[in-house]
Design a protein around this ligand. Structure first.
Ligand code: GAP
Length: 590
């Protein structure tokens, strides 16, 4: 639970986001819409830059990952295959008094005395209500509080002056059955599907029901074969996608952290099953030490790939200015894992409101492709020439061993999916046989991150209050957003020293136009130079360039065509030749 200080910090961050145009409440002029946010000019740039960084590092800088941009609304069967229609739900509880809805797992355990009532009678009309109700009051708090809340409950049920019936009390410890805001009883937890529904076509019928995707991942699985066939990739390889996702979250909260509309950056990285690796390499490499395992190797099993992607993702966050110390790795316990997952690591960022998930990196076995194969009837197997060749050279006993291991894994999946025993056995045997001929359904490692959460993490991490000298050298309070130059919405601000000097303005505009070809630039000529610096500090602009009279050559030819380059964090200033500026700035923001 956030304490007053962290609450205050979040308030300052939210206020800065609005004041400087990072993030606005969606539909604000109509009172806003809970769980929806708009990104203003600086926020839009920040998001765009961090998506570009992700895209570059995940696809363009690698040979083994290609991109996809799929539609948001897809065939509803996709969500049956993925399990979202049946299992994508949170347990929710409603306050019986206020009807406010909570996620059951977000109710903190509370202790105190619970006051129970069997019903109430209206003092005037003698009308009766037999609905039982109870109220939890903290130890030491007067029971009258419970009676007041209970009376409100019965008033809601039509008794104007309720007289409470059957009052009794009981000590309660660590209960999650009561509304933390008023102590009123909550409903029993009920599952609530988080997918947002819509209708495709002119008729609003069950046949036309569809969903706004709750994750981008499923399109990658559904298009796996098309991408494989057109991209000339071979397993191991990945497909990356950035795009909007929608979840009807019960309780959107912590600013943009849990929203109903958000963006994801997901990679599905397809790998060989361990049996295929073993057949080809004669061994399956497993992690032996923590840390980055280095360049991918052909003998890596799923655990090595999983560790590799965890480390790659941490390295990515470091590269955009979130040091490792701001992150935590949370390895889900076996009982927390989704039924198909072999391992999941949540990368948490230490937000002011607590360490919370930024990204999940899951080893999802061959579950997803198997599901789409089963539901669509289209084969999701790949043919692996190397496996076929290697298998033929294995001793018969080894072949039998590997086939048996693969058979058992497939049998487990097929049985879990409800295939009757004999059919499951037959299909798993056929699949184990196909493995020896080079065919299998790839397994997958999935690093899945949220753009909005990352933007919020960057904003929270960047927010600093310190002191900076004004024009007269007097220290004044400043708010500075210390974004890494790679993601800062604006890389460099260009200022003519004076607005009313045409030569300075002309030169400054030349510098702006020169830099604009390479970097996001902001030109500002309004106000004292100190004020202009301060505005850019708040926007998180890492560099400021001032064009002064030295630039025009007033102090002699050595300083002509040089500018003052100010670094936001250190506030250090240096003279740099205009011709060298772009390269210097690019160097620090690449
Ligand atoms: N395909 C796997 C998947 O969607 P997830 O953990 O549900 O996994 C992945 O979501 C990431 O998407 C999260 O780590 C988070 O960054 C982001 N995310 C999920 N729900 C979100 C929400 N309601 N608001 C903002 N971001 C969310």
């Amino acid at each position: 639970m956030a304490d007053a200080k962290t609450g205050e910090l979040m308030e300052k961050i939210v206020s800065l986001c609005k004041r400087r145009g990072f993030i606005f409440q969606s539909s604000e002029i109509y009172g806003g819409l809970n769980g929806f946010w708009d990104y203003g000019p600086l926020g839009a740039e920040l998001k765009r830059r961090l998506k570009d960084c992700w895209w570059r590092s995940m696809t363009q800088k690698r040979d083994d990952v290609v991109g996809l941009e799929a539609s948001i609304i897809m065939h509803p069967k996709i969500w049956e295959a993925s399990g979202h229609t049946t299992t994508f739900s949170d347990l929710m509880v409603d306050c019986l008094l206020t009807k406010k809805r909570f996620r059951a797992d977000q109710i903190d355990p509370q202790s105190g005395v619970a006051w129970f009532y069997t019903g109430a009678v209206d003092e005037q009309t003698r009308k009766e209500c037999k609905d039982a109700f109870s109220v939890l009051v903290a130890n030491g708090k007067h029971p009258e509080h419970a009676r007041k809340v209970a009376r409100q409950f019965y008033q809601e049920r039509g008794l104007a002056s309720p007289s409470l019936a059957g009052e009794r009390s009981e000590e309660v410890k660590d209960s999650t059955r009561y509304n933390p805001e008023n102590g009123g009883l909550l409903t029993e937890p009920r599952p609530f599907n988080l997918m947002l529904k819509t209708y495709v076509g002119p008729v609003e019928s069950a046949d036309n029901l569809s969903y706004l995707r709750p994750e981008t991942a499923q399109a990658i699985f559904a298009q796996f074969k098309n991408v494989l066939e057109t991209s000339r990739q071979k397993v191991p390889f990945g497909i990356a996608q950035i795009g909007k996702a929608f979840r009807n979250e019960i309780n959107p909260r912590n600013f943009t952290f849990r929203s109903r509309e958000f963006e994801q950056m997901e990679l599905e990285f397809f790998i060989r099953p361990d049996e295929a690796v073993e057949a080809i390499c004669g061994r399956v490499a497993k992690p032996t030490a923590p840390g980055h395992p280095g360049e991918p190797q052909s003998d890596w099993g799923w655990q090595m790939w999983h560790q590799y992607w965890v480390e790659e993702r941490i390295a990515f966050y470091e590269s955009i200015g979130l040091p490792r110390a701001t992150l935590e790795e949370y390895w889900q316990k076996p009982e927390e894992l989704a039924h198909y997952a072999r391992a999941t690591v949540d990368l948490l960022f230490k937000f002011p409101f607590g360490a919370q998930e930024l990204e999940g990196i899951a080893a999802r076995s061959d579950f997803d492709l198997s599901q789409h194969q089963r539901h669509s009837g289209k084969s999701m197997t790949v043919f692996d020439e190397e496996l076929k060749g290697a298998w033929g050279k294995l001793a018969a006993a080894r072949q039998a061993e590997l086939a048996e291991s693969y058979f058992q894994a497939r049998l487990k999946y097929l049985t879990k999916m409800g295939l009757p025993g004999e059919r499951a056995d037959k299909q798993a045997r056929e699949e184990a046989e196909a493995l020896g001929k080079g065919y299998y359904i790839p397994h997958v490692i999935e690093p899945s991150a949220g753009v909005d959460r990352l933007a919020l993490a960057l904003i929270c991490h960047a927010y600093v209050e310190d002191e900076a000298p004004d024009e007269k050298g007097k220290l004044e309070h400043r708010v500075v957003m210390k974004f890494h130059p790679r993601v800062a919405p604006i890389t460099v601000a260009v200022f003519p020293l004076l607005k009313n000097n045409p030569e300075l303005v002309k030169k400054a505009k030349e510098v702006r136009d020169l830099l604009r070809q390479h970097l996001p630039v902001f030109y500002d000529e309004a106000g004292a130079i100190g004020r202009r610096y301060r505005r850019q500090d708040e926007a998180g602009t890492p560099f400021g360039v001032t064009i002064d009279f030295d630039t025009l050559g007033e102090k002699g030819p050595e300083l002509q065509d040089t500018v003052t380059l100010r670094e936001r964090d250190s506030m250090k200033q240096e003279r740099v030749k205009i011709g060298a500026l772009a390269a210097k700035l690019l160097e620090s923001s690449r």
